[in-house]
Design a protein around this ligand. Structure first.
Ligand code: NAI
Ligand code: MG
Length: 369
């Protein structure tokens, strides 16, 4: 593998730097054993950036992110910055990056690792082998639509307003990401809205259907109302392969799907933007979990979500499916061998910390490669 791959690494706050350390060891391993070289650049984001630069995401960090092929993000936030006014909070660091890079498609896999099937909120049989990908539109919809706000009416009472707006192009671009994924995976896409009661939902259903017929006839497309989808996810989740939904419905459904896996410390995510003139797709990868202030500094955080986010990065930004699969398999082997960080502890298993988990993954990688 030749050309350098430019990665911006933003560990952030709390357990972010702790779990990112384990990714760096895998990156070192890859350069030794797979002859893959990355050009790594480090940056500050979140509270760490507020402390050093007075802002949660500086122009310099945005510029570095634009110049990189992919961004690997840890997590931001913590009690130290909780007193700051809303406009200055660490969490705005990630929001700014998403906006500046135009990251409109949030990919949230909900995958149950076989050895952890018992950790689910559902019966093990219902979730064993579960492997869903939820694609959530992440820059439009009701979280951003105008008009919005709280206003006082002539009678002195207040009313709150949010507006769900989707343009045809916004729906089409996220739908294409979802169709492409479905093509690569099991060939099934379920598009979710409430076309029965929402106009934006009617347009959503129409546009996704048109794109499916014209561009992806080989993908089996179904449409489902969001409330029914929530019920189906909670009762028969294995019927799904890829799900695509608006910002609001995707937010709810991806958290629901995450709960089915029972392990926040295991869940990665990706957020993708448009393909630029240079052929590169802007992309940021991060674990679903936050900065976990309650366990920061204890050396017990589960690094798997961050490691699996790196695997997604390899797959989606660099087409390195083989290397991504190696990392995923190594994690699964470690779990099958009975090692557990505290968050996924089960009876009879051996409790280990962050760096021992990282070492165990490296050992499995050595065996697999
Ligand atoms: P959280 O995800 O940080 O933690 C929730 C619970 O899960 C905690 O008990 C934590 O110890 C545990 N946990 C999370 N990740 C873990 C891991 N890898 N290994 C073991 N245990 C893990 O969510 P919380 O507590 O609501 O938020 C904490 C801070 O993180 C807040 O400042 C919040 O704003 C921020 N946050 C940041 C996100 C991001 O950077 N994208 C996302 C979510 C929250
Ligand atoms: Mg959420």
């Amino acid at each position: 593998m030749a050309a350098n791959k430019k990665l911006l690494v933003l560990p952030g706050d709390g357990i972010g730097p702790e779990v990112m350390r384990e990714v760096r060891r895998v990156i070192d391993w890859m350069s030794r054993r797979r002859a893959v070289s990355f050009e790594l650049e480090d940056g500050l984001v979140g509270g760490a950036a507020i402390d050093a630069e007075g802002t949660p995401c500086s122009d310099a960090t945005v510029e570095k992110a634009r110049n990189a092929d992919a961004v690997l993000f840890g997590s931001v936030g913590g009690p130290k910055w909780d007193g700051l006014p809303f406009e200055q909070r660490p969490e705005l660091g990630i929001l700014r990056l998403r906006k500046e890079l135009g990251l409109f498609a949030n990919l949230r896999p909900a995958k149950v690792q076989d050895p952890l099937a018992d950790a689910s909120s559902l019966k093990a049989d219902l979730v064993r082998g579960l492997d869903i990908m939820i694609v959530r539109e992440s820059t439009g919809g009701i979280y951003f639509g105008e008009p919005r706000g709280i206003e006082t009416m002539p009678d002195g009472k207040r009313r709150g307003i949010d507006t769900e707006v989707y343009t045809e192009d916004e729906i089409a671009r996220v739908a294409r990401v979802a169709f492409d994924l479905a093509k690569k995976r099991g060939g099934k896409l379920c598009s979710v809205e409430k076309a029965n009661v929402m106009q934006s939902g009617r347009l959503w259903r129409a546009v996704v259907g048109e794109i499916g017929r014209a561009e992806y006839p080989e993908v089996e497309l179904t449409h489902m109302y969001a409330d029914n989808c929530a019920m189906q996810l909670a009762s028969r989740p294995k019927q799904f392969d890829v799900i695509v939904a608006s910002n609001l419905f995707g937010d709810l459904l991806s958290d629901l799907a995450a709960a089915l896996t029972g392990s926040l410390g295991m869940l990665p995510s990706a957020t993708l933007g448009a393909v630029g003139a240079d052929g590169r797709r802007a992309a940021l990868y991060e674990p679903v979990h936050g900065s976990a202030p309650d366990i920061t500094g204890k050396g017990i955080a589960n690094p798997c979500a961050q490691l699996l986010s790196f695997a997604m990065l390899l797959r989606w930004s660099f087409d390195m499916d083989e290397d991504a699969t190696l990392i995923e398999q190594a994690v699964e082997k470690v779990l099958a061998g009975g090692l557990r960080t505290a968050d996924i502890m089960q009876p009879g298993m051996a409790r280990i910390g962050t760096s021992v988990m990282g070492e165990a993954v490296l050992r499995e990688l050595d065996k697999l490669a």
